[in-house]
Design a protein. Structure first.
Ligand SMILES: [Zn+2]
Length: 124
């Protein structure tokens, strides 16, 4: 459930936008109907302003939801990467064209001069 917090924020953004847009249109129509002679433009301003505020708040909330989504995606990617390294790479023995890093135990190809951990091949 916590993993979907970004999606929930984006859903919330859409709901808030719809509520704000509908509320501003209704308010605008009511104001316009009270005195149709010379007050109708105030209703129009309320509708336009309300829609602008709805759009802006939606944009900010959606961007925030997107940010949370991407952050958790990066986090889960890093976690998977870390697990793969320790489970498959470190238990592997170096083949004919490979060398095993003495510092972290990762098996690298011979053409790789420096291990991912910063340890160099020559000092191996
Ligand atoms: Zn290493």
């Amino acid at each position: 459930m916590y993993n979907n917090v970004g999606k929930q924020i984006k859903d919330l953004a859409s709901i808030i936008t719809i509520i704000e847009a509908v509320a501003s249109v209704i308010t605008g129509i009511i104001v316009a109907c009270v005195d149709f002679e010379d007050m109708w433009w105030i209703g129009a301003i309320i509708i336009a302003g309300g829609l602008l505020v709805a759009w802006l708040s939606n944009l900010i909330l959606y961007a925030y939801g997107e940010l949370v989504d991407k952050t958790s995606l990066i986090e889960s990617y890093l976690n998977t990467n870390q697990t793969n390294k320790s489970s498959s790479f470190q238990n592997k023995t170096a083949g004919p064209n490979e060398w095993k890093c003495s510092k972290c135990g990762v098996v690298n190809q011979n053409y790789v001069g420096t291990c991912g951990c910063g340890h160099t091949k020559s000092s191996n």
